[in-house]
Design a protein around this ligand. Structure first.
Ligand code: CTP
Ligand code: MG
Length: 235
């Protein structure tokens, strides 16, 4: 584990886990996706800066790819992101990276936000929206948007069925959780999990949905990166 320089790490606070440890295979550049260039700086800088400036966030743990911990810490220092408490080495899967980052969150933390560095255009209004239902008795909250396309289940190039689109949404991050609930959900086999909410659901937690943000596009391919670059330039 690599410690950053700043960070308060207050008890009872809201902690943000910024997962940036993926390889970015589908983007296919010469470095991990978190260090792809976006608007002239590493992609990771955008979400890190925004989380650091959010009045809702007290402390941040970054999960970086193996060998990229020092560049991540240097980036936090350059940005003067003083809420960054530590930078951990990510795991083999996203869920492993979340679990590793959560180990640096103190036991008395109240709320944990989990955000993908691959979604750079994080707006504070979404952070506010995902936190609100936690005080109404929910265990977790996901931001989501209705699916624009007709959804079909396919098998071997053949359509098996057209899925009723009513009631289907696409889940984004940041996802918010009561810290003890997330901790309990991150045990056992995590291999199927593509988000944290699914683990909390599996553990019997109540997960609310709030309105997502069309600007929270996830950078997967080079085309996504180009789109986010355009969105970044048009606030
Ligand atoms: N992630 C992570 N640790 C992993 C895998 C993913 O922290 N072992 C993070 C990524 O850095 C990203 C988010 O989880 O911010 C969503 O993952 P994804 O978009 O799939 O990114 P990559 O796994 O890097 O991309 P690819 O699947 O194309 O390799
Ligand atoms: Mg991936």
């Amino acid at each position: 584990m690599h410690r950053g320089s700043g960070g308060s790490g207050e008890a009872g606070a809201t902690w943000a886990l910024l997962v940036a440890a993926g390889a970015g295979e589908r983007l296919g550049i010469d470095r991990p996706k978190a260090f792809a260039s976006l608007g002239g700086r590493p992609l990771l800088a955008e979400s890190l800066d925004r989380l650091d400036r959010s009045p809702w966030v007290d402390a941040i743990v970054v999960a970086a790819p193996a060998g990229w911990e020092e560049p991540a810490i240097l980036l936090a220092e350059e940005l003067a992101a003083t809420k960054v408490v530590s930078c951990v080495t990510g795991g083999a899967t996203r869920a492993d990276s979340v679990r590793g980052a959560l180990e640096d969150v103190p036991d008395n933390a109240l709320v944990v936000l989990v955000h993908d560095a691959a979604r750079p255009l994080l707006d504070d209004a979404v952070v506010e929206r995902v936190l609100a239902p936690l005080v109404e008795g929910f265990d977790g909250v996901v931001p989501a948007l209705p699916l624009p396309d007709t959804v079909k289940r396919v098998d071997g190039g053949i359509v098996v069925e057209t899925v009723e689109r009513d009631g289907l949404v696409g889940a984004q991050t940041p996802q918010a959780f009561l810290a003890p609930v997330l901790r309990r959900a991150l045990v056992g086999d995590l291999s199927e999990a593509t988000d944290c909410a699914s683990l909390v659901e599996r553990a019997g937690g109540r997960v609310a949905v709030t309105e997502g943000d069309p600007r929270l596009v996830k950078v997967t391919t080079a085309a996504d990166l180009a789109l986010v670059e355009t969105l970044l330039a048009s606030p």
